[in-house]
Write a protein that binds this ligand. Structure first.
Ligand code: SAM
Length: 340
């Protein structure tokens, strides 16, 4: 699959907000991995990141990057979209031979030098129209229509309707299946999710702010890396997969920090994990880590969970688990074990 970046030249803060947003959304929807914009625009970045958060994808946006800066770190074949170029149908086979393509679109008049710099000047019809249309059609050609099969794993899933609108909360078991997790892992994840949601609900009733979506999705996906391996390396594997699927950072952190009752730097080194500590910090991370400890294929009480962790990781880890149990039980106003 060709890696596609879009560079947006000539973005004007006072005039182009809407059309550059649309250019970015078209890039995201039709298969590009990033858009880079010459003029700094934080509002534009926020809008695109918000769409990423809700609808998924690892699409990235960066603004305030000059063409020269961009080219210093990016050497893909440059395709300048312009009504004066060669017809897209005539050059697309050639362009598809590159692994890395930069689609350059203008807004105001694009300086003449770009026509020389570009590896290809490509016209989507020789009539003047719009960067949004030109980019959409070019990406359709470039991916051979393959953009239609790209999966997005955002919190919201649109269910296509003949009439009306239907948006449902995503069932992330689907992602576990797509990644190749064994059925037992998915069943375990569902149990962890049930318990984690019960703990979060209990804590929220006592007026503590808990992000339920993070708990729900994090609990379902904490073992995503088990699609690749069943040992402790399922943690870094899960982090990489989650990033590939474009999941929000807060979910990636839950995956990173769910194992045991946290893994400190020294333990991580001993285990051969990539350097760093893997300790749960936010309330959501702690809830998922603890719900996982209290769940195998069946639920287990805290003493059994501590004993299991003591055998696997030693006294200190078991102590951390008991401490986490006390902390969450206090926030809950009752022993978390009673929620099992
Ligand atoms: N007058 C401007 C110029 O000379 O480049 C055109 C501005 S047009 C509104 C904005 C952008 O849309 C262009 O920079 C180009 O990338 C894209 N565009 C418009 N029509 C196009 C076409 N027929 N084929 C390819 N790109 C087109």
């Amino acid at each position: 699959m060709v890696a596609i970046s879009v560079y947006r030249y000539g973005h004007r803060l006072n005039r182009d907000k809407r059309i550059t947003t649309h250019t970015a959304l078209v890039a995201r929807a039709f298969g590009a991995r990033e858009i880079v914009v010459d003029t700094r625009d934080e509002g534009l970045e926020d809008t695109v990141r918000d769409v990423n958060e809700r609808f998924g994808n690892d699409f990235s946006i960066e603004t305030g990057v000059s063409w020269q800066q961009f080219r210093r770190r990016h050497d893909g074949a440059v395709v300048h979209l312009t009504m004066y170029g060669q017809p897209v149908g005539e050059v697309i086979d050639d362009i598809q031979g590159h692994d890395d393509v930069v689609a350059l679109v203008g807004s105001q008049k694009v300086p003449g030098r770009f026509y020389g710099i570009a590896d290809y000047n490509v016209a989507v019809g020789n009539q003047p129209h719009s960067e949004v249309a030109a980019l959409a059609l070019f990406l359709h050609f470039l991916t051979d229509g393959g953009w239609q099969h790209r999966r997005f794993y955002g919190i919201h899933r649109v269910v296509p309707q003949r009439h009306g609108k239907k948006v449902v909360e995503r069932d992330y078991a689907e992602l576990l299946r797509d990644a190749g997790c064994p059925p037992a892992v998915i069943e375990h994840a569902r149990r962890v999710q049930r318990l984690a949601v019960a703990i979060a609900t209990c804590i929220r009733r006592r007026g503590v702010d808990v992000d339920m979506a993070t708990v729900k999705i994090g609990a379902m996906l904490h073992d995503l890396g088990r699609a690749e391996t069943q040992d402790i390396m399922h943690v870094p594997a899960g982090i990489s997969l989650a990033q590939e699927y474009g999941l929000p950072d807060k979910i990636v952190r839950v995956i990173e920090r769910h194992a045991g009752a946290g893994i400190d730097r020294a333990e991580a080194e001993k285990l051969g994990l990539p350097p760093g500590d893997y300790m749960p910090r936010t309330i959501e991370e702690k809830i998922v880590a603890h719900a996982d400890n209290l769940t195998g294929m069946e639920y287990r009480d805290v003493d059994a969970a501590a004993e299991k962790l003591r055998e696997a990781a030693g006294e200190m880890a078991a102590g951390r688990l008991l401490q986490m149990h006390r902390e969450l039980s206090e926030l809950c106003g009752q022993d978390v074990g009673e929620l099992l």
